[in-house]
Design a protein around this ligand. Structure first.
Ligand code: NAD
Length: 323
């Protein structure tokens, strides 16, 4: 039986990845600071542990796993990453996790290790035009990410590549672009734009007012979790090391995203634009390299995942109201 270790298995992408690996027939160990929030983990073994501690990394990575997926990070949406208030923690915590996990994986002779980097590594100077952002993989340097979160991801990408170069480790690196879906953070300050709009629209009566940061004309693309995992598994099973983008090429403005959520909910609302942490002006995935190397790219429209996500968040909002 093939074996996998998922670090960050209590989080959004990690918990879905555990389910996917189980469906594929893997024996899976998950590790996280916390249990899964919204459903029981599908992992065969789930360890509560702090991966900033190298002893914990050695304990959980105790055999030559077929695949280690390193998704654990101190992480959140714009309201968490771009305020500057969490910079030291983000850099310290996430870099420690990556330094420790790679070293444990090397010692345990794991067959392959996956690292989830981010579109946040791309230089701010290429993302000022909302209609024409540049995010091809080779545009990462000269580096100028707009957040410390992005700088840590860039450092860690280089760390994984160094371990591949010097120790012959098999590493796979993806740069995720805004992944969303059900069973993701939807309140509390770490949620991202799709979940935040789903919550606001679900909470607000028809004809009401919801808030959005900035003028709403900043652009992004959003990838549904199912397609993200398809990309991760294909990359992991391929001969391509990356880094490679895993994202959607369906670029929308934040106002369009909000309008689409309202459409799904069958409600009309006014958007009250107010100052807030924004990130870059424009961003879109560029899947040319992904197509070339994996012969595959995400193809489902944003609407497909947004409907599923809205339904799930509306249920959470309703359940909370009843409490
Ligand atoms: P998440 O916050 O839901 O999951 C991360 C998990 O890591 C959390 O459950 C958290 O408890 C855990 N963790 C944090 N510190 C830990 C520690 N010291 N020891 C053990 N566990 C620890 O985030 P996610 O959206 O599932 O993201 C997974 C990965 O993908 C992260 O590395 C993130 O940076 C990356 N990524 C995500 C997106 C996205 O849109 N969701 C985009 C780009 C990159």
């Amino acid at each position: 039986m093939k074996t996998a270790l998922v670090c960050g298995a209590g989080g959004f992408i990690g918990s879905h990845l555990v389910k996917r690996l189980k469906k594929e027939g893997y024996w899976v160990r998950g590790v996280d600071l916390k249990h899964t929030e919204f459903s029981k983990t599908a992992a065969d073994d789930f360890v509560i542990g702090d991966l900033r501690d190298p002893r914990v990394c050695d304990q959980v990575c105790d055999k030559p796993f077929d695949g280690v997926y390193q998704l654990a990070a101190d992480m959140g949406g714009a309201g968490f990453v771009f305020t500057g208030e969490h910079d030291a923690a983000i850099m310290h915590n996430s870099a420690s996790i990556n330094l420790n996990m790679l070293e444990s994986a090397r010692k345990a002779k794991v067959k392959r290790i996956f690292y989830s980097s981010s579109a946040c590594i791309y230089p701010e100077y290429n993302q000022r035009d909302p209609n024409n952002p540049k995010c091809s993989e080779d545009s990462a340097y000269p580096a100028a990410p707009d957040s410390e979160y992005g700088w840590e991801k860039l450092f860690s990408e280089r760390l994984y590549l160094s371990y591949a170069r010097n120790y012959g480790m098999q590493v796979r690196i993806a740069r995720f672009h805004n992944i969303f879906g059900e069973e993701g953070t939807w309140e509390g300050g770490r949620e991202k734009a799709p979940a935040a709009f789903c919550r606001k629209v679900a909470e607000t009566p028809d004809g009401g007012v919801i808030e959005a940061w900035g003028d709403g004309e900043q652009t992004r693309s959003f990838l549904y979790i199912e397609e993200c995992l398809e990309g991760v598994r294909r990359l992991m099973d391929s001969d391509f090391q990356g880094p490679v983008n895993i994202g959607s090429e369906e670029m929308v403005t934040i106002n369009q995203l909000a309008a689409q959520v309202m459409g799904i909910a069958g409600k009309k609302m006014t958007i009250n634009h107010k100052p807030g942490p924004l990130g870059v002006r424009g961003r879109n995935s560029d899947n040319k390299l992904l197509r070339e190397k994996l012969g595959w790219a995400p193809s489902k429209p944003m609407d497909y995942g947004l409907r599923i996500t809205y339904k799930w968040i509306a249920e959470q909002v309703a359940a909370k109201k009843k409490q």
